[in-house]
Design a protein around this ligand. Structure first.
Ligand code: ADP
Ligand code: MG
Length: 630
């Protein structure tokens, strides 16, 4: 019997995996090692060679076999699908004439609600005398420009109060609220860090509200509270409702009423999507949100292509996805078709247009993940390049073969998980796509590739928390949270405490931190631990629970989930600490056994395709051997 050294290689969108085995002509397989590296370049392009060479090199050295003994490299016939992401805001808050400052400085001063007419700081010194316009008893809110010393500010306010002017609140340009309040004879609510203080209109009625530490404002975030203060009728109240909504959850705020001032909460005309299915077509407005879009996708499915309305944001977004895919894989634009679309509702903090202090409002947005099918996969070119490279580095006798449909290979690999049986569905939770394959008891395989996976989760977390840093968002996605309450302990997100022998880094103190393998990293935002956790879990649910159900409905016999016995989760996101649990919870009611795969009983959810390639090759060579021998 001849024994050959074979390596199976799976090039994914994110990860390249390799499994080394000795395969006998009798069909015997002995796996020796497995390795993975990040994929270099776009899947299906010659740039993949670097990643393949690295993964193969590492797995061979782990197996203790020199490259010169490598006989065969099996490459997956990668599904020619790549995915793209786009996000579009569909609402926008605009302030005209400085009506509102929904401002949340770190350290407002005082507390309570102050209502009065806005006066400039220098005018305040003249109030209260017999000659002044505002007589004793009139309430004022003072606006203090940058550059005024806090001692002087406090003294001036105290003096005005002593003259009988009711100073009920203050708006400061400097970050001095606490310093000023500490020096006042009778404390008032003070909001600071208002960058464009000059734009606060004098002579208008204003309200300043500051909540106690740990609390949020009650009056200015309530539409009827605003109506009461400013004497608004029902129509005007309807107009200011977005102001109240934008101020919800902040600790402090200022609202100024100007005669023609207006805060608009307008729906941006985002444009529509034209969904082209095999048999049906539909047009759906992106501002309908994810539910509307996904209903249309389901009704039209299977999708053959998607076009965005030209001249709109949606049109631009879809064109971008298509163009970048065409550029990346070097196919003409006409060969790039969108085969699946996942829409997710999200909120993104955006700076309010016309705001005075960098105010931020949470705007509605829709995130879209698109799956692009191209005419051919380009794997042949990758195979040639890999052969050349590996021969250069010492694998003189290597042969490279492209073979095996990815989904079928994943199923073969998944079936090596102990405790599994057919009918079985593999759910491969990758970076760009969620892929599912069903194998029936008579070995028929049905597969589906859906847009939206780990990268979309990361992007949603980044957008909703406004981190502006995908690496940090990735860290937040993968790690549980904690709060460094002292230099020696961290309160974990599940409420328990973890103690340390040596002091924690000073940068972590008092911060919400991620607890990764390489230590803790502080999250440099002011979001509470509960909020970060809620955003993280919601993003995972909206992508993976939705996609798991979509995938299973599409591969299950007659769309009936109850006829699926086992679901094996594979891929990078099956390593996540909560995604498998979220999916299992959602599938429990269908009587499905769902768990994270353990390929070959050792590899966890990794290396399924690479192992499947080797197993399939072994089975083939055995049958060839038999027929030759017979
Ligand atoms: P592909 O098959 O498309 O190459 P992978 O199976 O490697 O993709 O999955 C990549 C995704 O898995 C990424 O979104 C990444 O964030 C996620 N991922 C990788 N490792 C982990 C981990 N240890 N915990 C959670 N998520 C992970
Ligand atoms: Mg994969």
């Amino acid at each position: 019997m001849l024994i050959r050294t074979v390596v199976g290689v799976d090039i994914g969108n994110s990860t390249t995996e390799a499994s080394v085995a000795r395969v006998g002509t009798d069909g015997s397989v002995r796996f020796l090692s497995g390795a993975l590296t990040p994929t270099t370049g776009i899947k299906g392009t010659a740039k993949n060679v670097d990643g393949v060479a690295a993964a193969v090199g590492r797995s061979m050295s782990d197996a203790g076999i020199p490259l010169s003994e490598l006989d065969l490299l099996l490459l997956n016939e990668a599904t020619p699908v790549i995915s793209g992401l786009a996000m579009e805001t569909i609402t926008e808050t605009i302030i005209t004439e400085s009506t509102m400052i929904g401002h949340d400085p770190r350290t407002p001063g005082g507390r309570g609600l102050g209502i009065g007419v806005v006066v400039g700081f220098h005018a305040l010194s003249e109030l209260g005398g017999t000659s002044s316009a505002a007589g004793p008893g009139e309430s004022v809110v003072v606006a203090v420009p940058a550059g005024e010393d806090f001692e002087v500010v406090a003294r001036t306010i105290n003096a005005a109060c002593a003259r009988g002017v009711a100073v009920t609140g203050a708006i400061l340009a400097n970050d001095d609220a606490v310093l000023v309040v500490n020096r006042l004879d009778s404390p008032i609510p003070v909001v600071d860090e208002v960058a464009r203080i000059d734009a606060v209109p004098e002579g208008m009625l204003a309200a300043v509200e500051v909540a106690a530490p740990g609390q949020s404002i009650r009056t200015l975030s309530n539409a009827y509270g605003l109506a009461t203060i400013f004497g608004l009728d029902a129509d005007e109240t309807r107009l200011v409702a977005p102001v109240a909504r934008a101020l919800t959850g902040t600790r402090s705020a200022v609202v100024v009423r100007t005669p023609s001032g207006d805060v608009g909460d307008r729906v941006i005309p985002a444009g529509s999507l034209h969904l082209i299915g095999a048999l049906k077509r539909a047009t759906v407005d992106v501002s309908d949100g994810a539910a509307g879009i996904m209903t249309a996708v389901r009704r039209v499915g299977p999708l053959a292509d998607v076009v965005g309305e030209s001249g709109t944001n949606t049109g631009g977004m879809i064109a971008n996805v298509r163009q970048s895919m065409a550029d990346l894989c070097g196919h003409p634009l006409t060969e790039v078709h969108i085969g699946d679309l996942l829409a997710v509702d999200t909120f993104v903090p955006q700076e309010v247009r016309g705001g005075l202090a960098g105010e931020v409002a949470l705007e509605n947005a829709v995130a879209l993940a698109a799956m692009v099918r191209t005419a051919h996969s380009g794997m042949k070119a990758v195979a040639d390049a890999v052969r050349e490279r590996l021969r250069q580095v010492g694998a003189e006798r290597i042969d490279v073969v492209v073979g095996g449909v990815e989904a079928e290979m994943a199923v073969l690999g998944a079936l090596t998980t102990p405790g599994t049986d057919k009918p079985l569905v593999v759910l491969d939770l990758g970076g760009g796509s969620t892929d599912a394959a069903l194998i029936t008891p008579d070995d028929a395989v049905v597969a589906v590739h859906l847009a939206g996976a780990g990268d979309l989760v990361t992007k949603l977390i980044d957008a909703e928390l406004g981190t502006g840093n995908l690496e940090l968002a990735e860290e937040i996605k993968r790690c549980p949270l904690g709060k460094a309450e002292s230099f020696f302990h961290v309160r974990l997100e599940n409420g328990t405490a973890q103690f340390f022998d040596s002091p924690l880094p000073t940068t972590a103190f008092g911060r919400t931190v991620t607890l990764g393998d390489s230590g803790m990293s502080p999250i440099p935002t002011r979001h509470s631990i509960d909020r970060v956790r809620a955003v993280r879990r919601a993003a995972k649910e909206r992508v993976f629970v939705v996609n798991a159900l979509r995938a299973l409905e599409s591969v299950a016999p007659e769309g009936d989930l109850r006829r699926i016995g086992f679901v094996v989760l594979l891929g990078g996101c099956a390593l996540d600490f909560e995604i498998p649990e979220l999916i299992a919870d959602a599938l429990a009611k269908y009587g499905i056994v769902c768990g994270t795969g353990n390929v070959r009983g050792t590899e966890g959810p990794r290396n399924a395709v690479a192992s499947g390639l080797v197993a399939s090759y072994a089975a083939q060579s055995a049958s060839v051997g038999r027929s030759v021998g017979a």
